[in-house]
Every structure is written in C-alpha cells, then in structure tokens.
Design a protein around this ligand. Structure first.
Ligand code: UDP
Length: 474
C-alpha cells in the first residue's frame, strides 16, 4: 500500500551540542517507525553522535567536510562545545555558513521527501522550495520561550507582552544583538511547514500551543522529551561528548548516598564562569551542608599548572568535602546522574535540554540562567509550572565567554540550595510538582501519549504531502 512506503528524511543539525543532541535523537524516532533517515553532519560530530545513537539499517550519516583550514581551526574542533575561546566560537559560526554548498549539492543530487533543519540554516527554505518538499525547523527551545520571544519582539525589554497567557517579567533584559538575532531567525522559521519542539505538550501547556498557533498561524509539533528515547546506559553516558568520569564511578558514588540528598550542579556545554564566580559556588554549596556533584568545565588549551588552573577552588575544599561532594572537571554523564534517586535538585543554567532532562527525571531545579534564551526558560520553571526556585541571577551575558560584571554571591547560592534541599512546605510542593511532570513526560512518549500521537500525526501529514503532491508549486 502507498501509505506504508517509508518516508525519506534528511536531518541537518547545527554545530552546538545543545541543538545537535536532541535533533539527532528525534531523528531516530522516525527510524523507529520504519522511515529512512540521513543525518547530515561533519566528521568529528558524526563520530560523537554514533556513540550515543544505536546503529540501524534505516539510519545513515552523510558527512560533509568541515572547513577547518578555511576558518583556521585545529582539526577536530567542529562544535561550539569544543572551543577554547571566543575567537574559536566565531570561527565555528563562520564554518556553519560555509557548509551550505556541500550540503546543498548532496541534497539536490538525492532529494528526500522532507528536510528537518536547525533554524541556523535558513537557506534550507529556498532549497526545499526548489525541490518542492516540506521543510521542518528545529530551534532547540520550548514553545513557551518561542511565544515569549515572539511577544517581546516589539519591545525587547524584560517585561513581556500582556497578551501572553501569564504576566511575566524577566529578571534581566536580553542584549540587543541577541534579541535582534533571535527575532530575525524566528521570523524566518515561520515560512517553514512546521516547528519541531523537544518538549511534551503538557509542560508547554495548551495555552501556549494555542497562543503560538493563533499569533503566528504556524504549527508546532511536540515530539519530546528526546532524552527519554530508549537508549542503553552506555549510550546515555556518551551523549554529546565523551565523559571524563565513567558512568560506573558516578553511579556507585551516588549509590552510597541517601535518596534526594545530592545537588547536581552543571551549566551546560558552553558556559565558562570566571574564577571568582566558581569560588562563590564552592563557598555557597559548602555552606549549605548538602552533598553535591559539581561539573566544572575544563580550561582547555591553557598550559597552566593544576594549582594555577584551579585558583577558584577554596583551600582544602576537596579534602573537606571528600565524602560529600564530587567535582567533575569536564564533561559529565548528565542523563545518568539526573536519573539517579540520590539526586534531589539540579542547580542549572536552564539550557532547554538540561531543563527537559531534569523534568523527565522528576528533579526540582534551582534556576540560574546565564545566556541565550535561558531567562525565559527560568520563568516557565519557577513561576509558570512551579517546578523550581530562582537563585537570583540578574545578568544576561553573551554566549560562551561573555564578560560578567555581577556575581551571584555565595549567600544566594546557599539560600537557593536550602530552599529545595532543607525540605519544608515550599520544597515539598515543588518536588511534588516536579515528580508529577516527570510522570507526564514519560506518559507523553509512551504508546498513546501526546508526543507519540504527535509523531504519528506528523508522519501521516508528511506521507500525505508526498503522495498527493499537495505542496503548492513554487
Ligand atoms: N551535557 C552533558 N554533560 C555535561 C554538560 C552537558 O551531558 O557535562 C549535556 C546535557 O545533558 C544537555 C546538553 O549537554 O543534553 C546541554 O544542553 P543545554 O540545552 O542544557 O545547554 P547548552 O549547552 O546548550 O547551553
């Protein structure tokens, strides 16, 4: 029957772990339904992806050469999570634009039935139009945040439009360039067939789904959380990058701790705090008296002694906290950690993946947004859904290596941690709600759940478009 002929889909991911990981996980959902998927990647990113994505006869990778020489980057640095300074960050962005020609050539030679591309590749619009195939877009944000961004596009201030379903004031104003950049790319998304969202409908909420459809006339497909897609523990541990600690080491350390007794602290793949901020975190977490796993990104590329490198570490900190705490210098197996019963809270920068991963594990959050769209995510977590508390961050810096003027002081960090970890009415209520959303997340991806049904409907639509050739001629 025509209806059952598999679709041929191409996925084009951006060169940032936070976008690449969920989009490629979502690609495998189509494979699990019997469709043929090609992930278009670069050599080093494909190598990383293959470690966390199981091989399957319907899934293949097509790699295009990364222009290392043209942009003057060392071999193997093909992702903004691997850069060592702001200069390299810009070079990876420049390289992204240079991928257009090789990707376009490949797609034109072997056209698929549909292209799913990160929003940082807006030129896919013309390519898809010329081939008369639908284009779906992925931007890595929650739909709540997309709505908030659209609503703030006319003011670009922290007070969001009163037409949003909740009255929301952000704790900081976005840098002007970021607001302009996001608005430009979000507008371009609206010319696509639809938006793919790594979230489940219940967390964004019907009110925001309706708001989005009403204000933009565009369709969003909630297919997540991507982190709940079935993987072996080993594949989960290798998600995004090679961990510097083994999964077994983390798990056996956590096994020795009481339920909900450990705070997990991690600020994603591209946040580099100055030493004095790291020092405040160390003091704050120690003063709280709670157990912790703290991920501190490794200072790459700098030839300093261990002591010089770790000026942020209070004297004797690790010795005093040898029982209670674990410092991971570099990449951690986050998914494995967040799903351990000993983890009772997540002090997080509110990157969208980290947020939806915490929600999936039923872990309450202590929110500390830093850059990107994270100040919007914070509001969904704290005020709208009540699954976290705010630490009080009020400075919105630029991505990666942005200068910071304001520190979040040790007292605020200690207070934030205690609000969840000391127990009490507020903590109990936040934990109850976090666990409730965790259950809803698991239901959403199961047979008959909202994300499962959305995928069925999307596949049906794409099949219908292909078979009936309903797309309007260019
Ligand atoms: N991550 C990880 N180990 C780390 C740091 C990050 O596995 O040590 C993963 C995390 O699980 C998430 C992604 O990297 O899937 C980070 O994405 P997010 O959107 O939270 O933040 P970003 O890095 O984009 O700021």
């Amino acid at each position: 029957m025509e209806e059952t002929r598999p679709l041929k889909l191409y996925f084009i991911h951006s060169l940032a772990a936070g976008h690449m990981i969920p989009l490629c996980d979502i690609a495998t959902l189509f494979v699990s339904r019997g469709h043929h998927v090609t992930i278009i990647s670069t050599p080093s990113n494909a190598l990383t992806l293959r470690k966390s994505i199981p091989s399957h006869p319907f899934l293949r990778f097509h790699t295009v050469q990364f222009p290392s020489q043209e942009v003057d980057l060392p071999d193997g640095i093909e992702n903004i999570s691997s850069v060592t300074d702001a200069d390299q960050l810009v070079k990876v962005f420049n390289a992204t634009t240079m991928l257009q020609t090789p990707i376009q050539n490949f797609v034109e030679e072997n056209p698929p039935d549909c292209i799913v591309a990160d929003f940082l590749f807006p030129w896919v619009h013309d390519l898809a139009n010329n081939l008369n195939i639908p284009r779906l877009v992925f931007n890595g944000f929650s739909l709540f945040t997309v709505c908030a961004l659209h609503s703030s596009s006319h003011s670009s201030i922290s007070l969001l439009s009163p037409t949003l379903p909740h009255p929301i004031t952000l704790n900081a104003s976005p840098p002007k360039e970021l607001a302009e950049f996001l608005n430009k790319y979000l507008e371009m998304e609206l010319t696509s067939y639809g938006l793919i969202v790594n979230n489940f409908a219940e967390l964004d909420g019907e009110e925001y789904i309706r708001y989005y459809e009403k204000t933009t006339g565009h369709k969003a497909w909630h297919l997540g959380p991507a982190s709940l897609i079935s993987r072996t523990p080993e594949e989960k541990a290798e998600r995004g990058m090679k961990s510097v600690v083994s999964m077994h080491e983390c798990v056996s350390w956590l096994d020795s701790k009481a339920e909900n007794s450990v705070v997990y602290i991690c600020f994603g793949s591209i946040c580099h705090f100055p030493d004095k901020q790291l020092y405040e975190i160390a003091c704050g977490i120690e003063a709280s008296g709670h157990g912790f796993i703290w991920v501190v990104p490794e200072k790459k590329g700098k030839k300093e002694s261990q002591e010089e490198k770790e000026k942020w570490m209070p004297e004797g900190f690790e010795e005093r906290n040898a029982e209670k705490g674990m410092v991971i210098r570099g990449w951690a197996p986050q998914l494995v950690i967040l799903n351990h019963r000993a983890v009772g809270a997540f002090l997080s920068h509110c990157g969208w993946n980290s947020t939806v991963e915490a929600v999936s594990g039923g872990v309450p959050m202590i929110t500390w947004p830093v850059h990107g769209e994270q100040f919007y995510n914070e509001k969904l977590i704290s005020e709208v859904r009540g699954i976290g508390v705010e630490v009080g961050a009020a400075e919105w810096s630029s991505i990666g290596f942005g200068e910071r003027e304001m520190l979040v002081c040790r007292d605020s960090i200690e207070r934030g941690v205690r609000r969840i970890m000391d127990g009490g009415d507020e903590a109990q209520e936040v934990r109850r709600r976090a666990q409730e959303f965790g259950e809803k997340a698991r239901e959403a991806v199961g047979e008959g759940g909202s994300s499962h049904n959305n995928l069925t409907a999307l596949i049906h639509d794409l099949t219908r478009l292909r078979d009936a050739k309903l797309l309007s001629p260019k």
